[in-house]
Design a binder for this molecule. Structure first.
Ligand code: ADP
Ligand code: GLC
Length: 496
C-alpha cells in the first residue's frame, strides 16, 4: 500500500466512491436508482466507508435539496478549448452513507436527468471529470471508485489520463454495466471536444466504433480495472451477438476482468410487514389473508371489480422494447378470461402506452393501465397482485421479480439474464421453485406460462399458497452480493 493510501485509510475500512447518474430517493428512473441506494447501505453494514457522487439535478425534490449543505466549490476546465466551469459540492448524509451532489446549473437544470444524447454527452463528460476532481478537492481518496453505466463511463478514462499523478489516481476502478443498451454514442468530434481527452484515445481499442462515431461506455470498459454486470447470466450473454449491443467483441476481449454479481433489493425499503403504503401490512404468517385485503384495496383504487378470487396479474415497468411488451400485446386478449384481471403501471414508448390504454377502455373493470410513474401504487401492486409479469427480451438483472417474491407475488418471467438467475422454475411434480418461466422469446410461450400459473391458482390453491410462502422466505437481500463486491474490492486493494 502506498504511503498516501495508508494515510487515507487509517482506520482500515475500505473506502469506496460510487459514481452514477441516479440514486433513490433523490432521483430514480429505474433499477439503477435502487442499486445506488441499496448497495452502499449494504456495504456500509459490512464495514465499508461509502460516498455516493451524483448530479445535483434541479428535479431532485426540494425536501432533499434543502437538506444538502454547501461543502465547497472550485472552477474546473473541460473541453478541447479548456473552457472553465463551476463545480459546487452539496453534501448530505443518510444512515452512514455520505452523498456528494455536484452542482452546476448549466448542466443539471433540466426537468429530468436524461434529455437526449446531444445534451447528455457534455453533461456526463462534465460529471465524470468533476466527480474525480471533487475527490481530490475533498482530500477523500477511495480505495475503489465504483462507476455505474455509461454516464460514469469516462471516469476510468480520466482517472488514468488527466488525473494521473494526482492523489485520486491511487484508487482502482470498477465499472458496472446495468444495461448495455445505452452506451453514450456520438460523433467523434462531439466527444473529443467535450471530454478534452487526447487524440490517441479516439482509436478503435478505446472510443472509436466506426469512422464517424465514438462510444463513452466502450472507452470506460477498456480502462476500468474490473468490469461487473448485474447477473452471471447477463455477463455471459453480453459476450454474444444477440445481447452484446455491438460491444460483444470488446467485452469478450476484456472478459478476464469481467464478472457477474447479481443484484439484491433493500429489504427494509421493500418490507411488506412494515410498508406504510399498504392497506394491510403482512408477513409470511398472515400473507394469505392480508394479501386478499390488499388486493381488494388495489381493485378499489383502480376501479376494477372487487373480487378476491380473481387472479390479478401485475406489470410494473418502463414501457420499452426491453421489457417484452410486444409479447404481452400479442396475447393480451387470450391472457384475459373471466377469472383474470390485469394491472399495468408504467410509462415510456407511446406505442405501448396507447396499446394498454386501449385494453383498459375495451375491458372496463378488468384491466387498468396506469400510465404514470408512481412509487406508492408500485408498492400496492407488489402487495395486491397475485403474479407479476416480466417477459423481458433481455434483462441484466431485474428488480421487480425480486420485489414481487418478497411480497409473496409470483413472478412470471422469461429465462434471460438475472430473471434466469433469480427465479427457479416451478416444478409441477415436486412443487418446488419460485415462479412460472419460459425460454424462447415467443408470445405463445408467455401465454402458456400465464395459463400454467392460472391453473395452479384456480385449481390447486394449496400449492399456490405454498409457493407464495416460499417466495416470501427467499433471500433477495443484498447481503450475499455485497460480500462479493467486498471480495472484489479487496482483490483490487491487494494489487499494490
Ligand atoms: P429497469 O432498471 O430496467 O427499469 P428494474 O427491474 O431493475 O428495471 O427496476 C425497475 C425499478 O423501477 C423497480 O424499483 C420498479 O418498481 C420501478 N418502476 C418501474 N416503473 C415504475 C413506475 N411506473 N412507477 C413506479 N416505479 C416504477
Ligand atoms: C438496468 C437493467 C435492470 C437492472 C437494473 C439495476 O436498468 O435494465 O435489469 O436490474 O439496471 O442493475
Amino acid at each position: 500500500m502506498s504511503e498516501m493510501q495508508a494515510a487515507v485509510s487509517r482506520d482500515g475500512r475500505t473506502r469506496v466512491a460510487f459514481i452514477g447518474s441516479e440514486c433513490y430517493p433523490f432521483i430514480k428512473t429505474g433499477g439503477l436508482g435502487d442499486v445506488m441506494y441499496a448497495l452502499p447501505r449494504a456495504l456500509t453494514r459490512q464495514g465499508c466507508e461509502v460516498r455516493v457522487i451524483l448530479p445535483y439535478y434541479r428535479c431532485i425534490p426540494d425536501r432533499f435539496r434543502s437538506r444538502a449543505k454547501y461543502r465547497g466549490s472550485f472552477m474546473m476546465d473541460l473541453t478541447l478549448e479548456g473552457r472553465t466551469f463551476y463545480v459546487g459540492i452539496m453534501e448530505t448524509e443518510m444512515d452512514g452513507v455520505v452523498y456528494d451532489l455536484i452542482d452546476n446549473r448549466e448542466f443539471f437544470d433540466w426537468g429530468s436527468p436524461y434529455t437526449g444524447l446531444w445534451e447528455d454527452i457534455p453533461k456526463y463528460c462534465y460529471f465524470s471529470k468533476a466527480a474525480l476532481a471533487i475527490l481530490n478537492y475533498m482530500e477523500w481518496i477511495p480505495d475503489v471508485i465504483h462507476c455505474h453505466d455509461w454516464q460514469a463511463g469516462l471516469v476510468p478514462v480520466y482517472l488514468r489520463t488527466r488525473f494521473e499523478g494526482t492523489p485520486v489516481a491511487a484508487a482502482k476502478s470498477v465499472l458496472t454495466i446495468h444495461n448495455l443498451r445505452f452506451q453514450g454514442i456520438c460523433s467523434i468530434e462531439h466527444l473529443k471536444y467535450w471530454s478534452g481527452l487526447p487524440d490517441h484515445l479516439f482509436d478503435y481499442p478505446i472510443f472509436k466504433i466506426n469512422e464517424r462515431e465514438a462510444n463513452m461506455f466502450k472507452g470506460g470498459l477498456a480502462f476500468a480495472d474490473k468490469i461487473t454486470t448485474v447477473s452471471a447470466t447477463y455477463a455471459e450473454e453480453i459476450q454474444t451477438d444477440f445481447y452484446g449491443e455491438g460491444l460483444n467483441g470488446h467485452l469478450w476481449y476484456h472478459r478476464p476482468k469481467l464478472c457477474g454479481i447479481v443484484n439484491g433489493i433493500d429489504v427494509e425499503l421493500w418490507d411488506p410487514a412494515a410498508d406504510a403504503l399498504l392497506k394491510a401490512p403482512y408477513s409470511r404468517d398472515d400473507v394469505l389473508d392480508k394479501k386478499k385485503e390488499n388486493k381488494l384495496a388495489l381493485q378499489e383504487r383502480l376501479g376494477l371489480e372487487q373480487n378476491a378470487d380473481k387472479l390479478v396479474l401485475g406489470l410494473v415497468s418502463r414501457l420499452t422494447d426491453q421489457k417484452g411488451l410486444d409479447l404481452i400485446d400479442a396475447v393480451f386478449q387470450q391472457m384475459l378470461d373471466e377469472n383474470t384481471q390485469v394491472v399495468i403501471l408504467g410509462t415510456g414508448d407511446p406505442r405501448y402506452e396507447n396499446a394498454f390504454r386501449y385494453y383498459e377502455s375495451a375491458c372496463p373493470g378488468q384491466v387498468c393501465a396506469y400510465i404514470k410513474y408512481d412509487e406508492s401504487l408500485a408498492h400496492q401492486i407488489y402487495a395486491g397482485a397475485d403474479a407479476l409479469l416480466v417477459p423481458s427480451l433481455f434483462e441484466p438483472c431485474g428488480l421487480t421479480q425480486l420485489i414481487a417474491m418478497r411480497y409473496g407475488t409470483i413472478p412470471i418471467v422469461r429465462e434471460t439474464g438475472g430473471l434466469k438467475d433469480t427465479v427457479e422454475p416451478f416444478n409441477e411434480n415436486t412443487g418446488e421453485g419460485n415462479g412460472f418461466t419460459f425460454d424462447r422469446y415467443e408470445a405463445d410461450l408467455l401465454l402458456d406460462a400465464v395459463r400454467r400459473a392460472r391453473r395452479v391458482f384456480l385449481e390447486d390453491r394449496a400449492r399456490w399458497d405454498a409457493l407464495v410462502c416460499r417466495d416470501m422466505e427467499k433471500d433477495v437481500s443484498w447481503e450475499n452480493s455485497a460480500g462479493q463486491y467486498m471480495a472484489l474490492y479487496n482483490e483490487l486493494k491487494s494489487w499494490d
